[in-house]
Every structure is written in C-alpha cells, then in structure tokens.
Design a protein around this ligand. Structure first.
Ligand SMILES: Nc1ncnc2c1ncn2[C@@H]1O[C@H](COP(=O)(O)OP(=O)(O)OP(=O)(O)O)[C@@H](O)[C@H]1O
Ligand SMILES: [Mg+2]
Length: 299
C-alpha cells in the first residue's frame, strides 16, 4: 500500500484562490519526499489536505489508504505533523507538553514520560525539559514540536519547514534525525522545505511545485535528466595559482570530455586539471522554477 497518494488533488479557497491544481503523486513507505517550491506554491495547503485540516475541492488524497478529511482521527493516529505554528501550551514545561500529547494519543502517562524523555534527549532538550514553553527560544520550540509529532511513534511524518528557525548546528541535527527515522524505522517523511542543501542530503525523491501545480518529480538523477545539462566540466590550462586559463562548460555527458581536451591540446594548451560537477538540487530548482511553462510542456 502507498504511504501517501494524491490523485488529481485540487484545492480552491473560498476567496477563489486555486492553491493546489490537479496534483497526482504517490509515495512508497520509507521514502523521504522533498516537497519544494517558491512561497505560495501550495505546499502547506497540500499538507493541510493530507492532515484533514482542509477538504479537497476536487480529486482526493489518502495516507496508508485512509482519507484524511473523512477520518481525521485515524489519520492522526498514524501520522505526526510539524507546522510553522505548532499548538502547544506556554504554561506547561517541555516535558509536560509531551506527556500531555502522548496521553491524548492513547499512551499511558508512564509510557508518555518514557517516550518524552528519550525524544527530549535526541533533540538536545534534556536541560530545558522542566522549563516552561513560554521561556523557550524559537529553535527550542521548533525542536519540541518535532518531539511532539513523534511522541506516538507515527509511521508517517509531515514536516512543514521543520528547521526554519534553527541555527545551522540544530538544523543539521534535525536533518540527521529525520534521515535516521527513515533509514532505521522505515518512517515515511513528507518534507516541505526551502533548505535545498539539506534536502539534497536527506531526501530520496522530490516534487517541485509552482503555482499549485506539480511541475516535476523524481529522484535527483531523474531531475538532472529533466533539465538537460548533464554536468559542468572545469578544465585548468595553467599552473595552480595562476589567474587565467580556466575553462568552464556545460556538457551533456562525460563522453564529451576527451574531445574537449583534445581540442585544447591541439591548440597548444597544457592540461593541468579536469573536474566535473553534476548540477545540485539548487541548480535544478532554479532551472525548473525559472521556466515553468517549458518544463510543463516537456513532462
Ligand atoms: N486560508 C487561505 N485563504 C485563501 N488563500 C490562501 C489561504 N491559505 C493559503 N492561501 C493561498 O494559497 C496559495 C498557496 O499557499 P501555501 O501556504 O499552500 O503555499 P506554500 O507553498 O506553503 O508557501 P510558503 O513557501 O510561503 O510556505 C497562496 O497563494 C496563498 O496566498
Ligand atoms: Mg508553507
């Protein structure tokens, strides 16, 4: 069974705004799916549809076969959500908040406490466990919100900008934790993020949204194929430390390199170094979002 299925999913808000426009995609269990796209592309709306916070205007979506808008409780029992504005209690401590949410999800108070303590340690919040949430910094709050989403051992995690307020070290820790959850526990992750470098490190597949439409999806290799530019080659024809004599070119495949080198040597150049670099997720993102019309036609 698919972990997540979107089938021609569309959402038009009451004011007429079409935020999600006929999106179809499915995720296998255990995938870490990077859901990317500029501000207003429809990512959060999609997450809200997948959590039953909104109902589709057209089409449908499901998580492990459950339709979120019809069975929100069943959906929440198997999934955890981190959004930009998590609802927790400022007057309770971090530990108390987690125990509270654990018991809401049906864990006993003792089980809740055990899970809470282990998650607080994993998210480096043990020292702040007895502090009231009102005294937490943005990054601490964000990490506690991730702990809350994980308290009931969900099979599926929806993460909407989970590291937006985190310092680089905490962001790195959270990303490693997410990857660990997927690799060791087989948790499926639906991750909306603008942090493309981290996404490239942890995601197994991507979906790129623009103006409500899914303009591209696939693995990094598949997306590289979509933008055409196979790789970038850099050839140095001068000794190290000299300023001039570096040639950089986009080539379709490494098959073009010998010919390029031959052309240069025939012109009397000496080759000191040849290196290649495949386009990063960031390169792909800019290539595809800059020309959404073209990429749609080619899909
Ligand atoms: N409650 C609402 N009523 C009307 N329009 C809305 C509502 N919520 C979102 N929108 C609009 O729907 C579109 C998609 O918004 P959404 O929040 O899903 O984008 P996003 O991809 O999550 O963006 P960001 O990267 O900024 O978080 C935007 O044009 C937004 O203004
Ligand atoms: Mg959003």
């Amino acid at each position: 069974m698919n972990a997540v299925t979107l089938n021609n999913l569309s959402k038009i808000y009451p004011d007429g705004k079409k935020a999600v426009d006929s999106v179809t995609i499915s995720l296998e269990p255990g995938e870490v799916f990077g859901f990317l796209g500029p501000n207003g592309a429809g990512k959060t709306t999609t997450v809200k549809l997948l959590n039953g916070m909104l109902s589709p205007t057209d089409g449908s979506c499901s998580v492990f076969g459950i339709e979120p808008c019809k069975s929100p409780e069943k959906t929440h029992a198997i999934s955890g959500v981190v959004t930009e504005h998590a609802q927790m209690y400022d007057t309770l401590t971090g530990l108390e908040n987690l125990i509270f949410y654990g018991t809401i999800f049906g864990l006993s108070p003792a089980e809740s406490k055990k899970r809470a303590e282990s998650l607080l340690a994993q998210l480096e919040l043990s020292e702040a466990r007895d502090k009231k949430l009102g005294a937490y910094s943005t990054g601490m709050r964000q990490r506690l919100s991730l702990a809350r989403a994980l308290i009931h051992n969900p099979r599926l995690l929806f993460l909407d900008e989970p590291t937006s307020g985190l310092d680089p070290e905490s962001a790195q820790n959270v990303h490693l934790l997410i990857r660990g959850l997927a690799q060791e526990k087989g948790i499926t992750v639906f991750l909306c993020t603008h942090q493309l470098r981290y996404a490239q490190e942890i995601c197994t597949r991507y979906g790129l949204m623009s103006e409500g439409r899914l303009i591209a999806s696939g693995t990094l290799e598949e997306l590289r194929g979509r933008i055409g530019a196979g790789m970038r080659v850099r050839i140095r024809t001068c000794p190290a430390g000299t300023a001039s004599g570096i040639l950089e070119e986009n080539i379709a495949s490494e098959e073009e390199i010998p010919q390029l080198v031959r052309r240069l040597t025939e012109n009397g150049k000496s080759i000191y170094e040849v290196s290649t670099q495949a386009p990063s997720l960031e390169d792909i993102y800019f290539a595809l979002t800059a020309a959404p019309e073209t990429s749609q036609k080619n899909s």
